[in-house]
Design a protein around this ligand. Structure first.
Ligand SMILES: [Zn+2]
Length: 445
């Protein structure tokens, strides 16, 4: 079954299973529910929970309400437990958050940027280093979502920002070196530090704490799709299609809960297919890309406004809210492209994030009308559902967080945590000092 043969291995395996279950359910299930879900003996579950609490990996709170009988406990994040940093880098701003076991996120910073690789990644590297320093041995890794194809763990191309094979880990590390060892978040001291993780393959580096220090760099659409598969409308879906609409369109196939990444990691690029008969030259260098006609840039172009270069988000939102003709045209282009992808992949459901849900809400009829004639007859009988993301604009950020926890919630990850917490033998919730906000799927500010 799992390859665990000794009792120690079995226990290590069950620790991972229990933490994974707590994380995936959003720390909402009671200990007895989890015990049943995982088919554990009650005594085994008690021992596991106690051990995980000692290691500062889990903390139990009484369930908010329970029926008669024994009060029940809900395992959730420990006040000194693991924290991942997650970043969503959009074409005009980045958003940095911290996330704990269970997926609760707290947005730490939102910063506009100038769109240049150094202008984006040096201050971000600085901020990541400062927050990593602040978190100390609670830090388990960082995930960074970017609005372009990501090759080989960190080479990023964002065509309309002029990024060409930008080495994201290297530029983040250069920014981190500007952050002094004692610098507080947002207060660069200019001092050099020597133990900053270097760029390279994702997950290869180790930070000063011994925990993974190299950020996991990924495509925003692929991360949004991963989050949708874990916590949204693609949960328990075998084959789904996720489309993320921002300045342009990204799309990826999700099979058994995993976005199909491609051989070099840059697979999430359905936006760069010629699906709608366009002859427009796309910034990526190809002719007629579907994604160039869906998104903020296309809305701005329809409305006769300046577009491109990752600028004009507010104007595009105004067009989306007020210009019915532009919205309908964009929705039609979206629908027509969806038909081709449905013909090819036969997904159960097509999910939309970013501006996608609003396009669908404002012009869903036009979208479906444009989709249908391009569907094969056998697809028309039972077309897939088209649904708005359950995660709003937070998908990419949540997916970046999931990629960190995926590496952490392993036997090796938990063992490394233990090595970094040699004196951890307490469960002290009263010392919790951080107040968390729980932002939902709000728009980027
Ligand atoms: Zn293209």
């Amino acid at each position: 079954m799992n390859g665990a043969t000794t009792s120690g291995e079995l226990r290590a395996h069950n620790r991972v299973r229990l933490l994974r279950a707590v994380h995936d359910c959003g720390a909402t299930r009671t200990r007895s529910q989890l015990t049943r879900d995982l088919r554990l003996a009650r005594g085994t579950a008690s021992v596991l929970v106690a051990g995980l609490a000692e290691d500062a990996l889990l903390h139990e709170e009484p369930a908010p309400e329970h029926g008669r009988g024994r009060p029940t406990q809900v395992p959730g994040p420990h006040p000194y437990g693991p924290v991942a940093l997650a970043v969503d880098v959009r074409e005009d701003a980045w958003e940095l958050a911290e996330c704990e076991l269970g997926g609760r996120i707290t947005v730490l910073e939102v910063r506009p940027h100038d769109g240049t690789p150094e202008g984006v990644l040096h201050p971000l590297g600085e901020a990541l280093a400062a927050h990593r320093e602040r978190l100390g041995n609670r830090f388990i890794g960082a995930g960074v979502a970017l609005a372009g194809p990501v090759r080989h763990g960190g080479l990023v191309d964002i065509a309309h920002l002029g990024w060409n094979a930008v080495d994201v880990p290297a530029l983040l590390a250069a920014g981190a070196r500007r952050e002094g060892a004692a610098g507080a978040p947002g207060e660069p001291s200019g001092a050099e530090v020597d133990d900053v993780p270097r760029g390279g393959e994702a997950g290869a580096g180790r930070g000063a704490s011994g925990m993974p220090g190299m950020p996991v760099v990924g495509n925003d659409t692929a991360f949004a799709a991963l989050a949708e598969a874990r916590r949204g409308r693609l949960r328990d879906v075998r084959v789904g299609l996720h489309l993320h609409v921002d300045f342009d369109l990204g799309g990826v196939l999700v099979v058994d809960g995993r976005p199909v990444a491609g051989a070099g990691g840059a697979g999430a690029e359905f936006g760069h297919m010629t699906l709608t008969g366009s002859e427009r030259l796309c910034a990526c260098g190809a002719l007629g890309c579907w994604g160039a006609d869906v998104g903020a840039n296309a809305l701005l172009r329809h409305a006769g406004l300046a577009h491109g270069g990752g600028r004009g988000r507010e104007e595009a939102e105004h067009v989306l809210a007020t210009d019915a003709a532009a919205v309908e045209e964009t929705a039609r282009t979206l629908g027509r492209g969806i038909a081709s992808l449905v013909n090819a992949h036969d997904p159960e459901v097509v999910t939309l994030s970013g501006h996608g849900p609003e396009l669908y809400e404002r012009a869903g009829a036009a979208l479906l009308e444009a989709c249908e004639p391009y569907l094969m007859a056998i697809r028309r009988e039972r077309p897939p559902r088209i649904e708005a993301s359950a995660l709003g604009w937070r998908g990419a950020l949540l997916g970046a967080m999931e990629s960190v926890f995926d590496a952490f919630l392993t036997v090796e990850g938990l063992e490394m945590w233990r090595e970094n917490h040699p004196d951890q033998a307490r469960d002290t919730p009263e010392r919790q000092s951080v107040t968390h906000s729980t932002p939902g799927g709000g728009r980027p500010s």
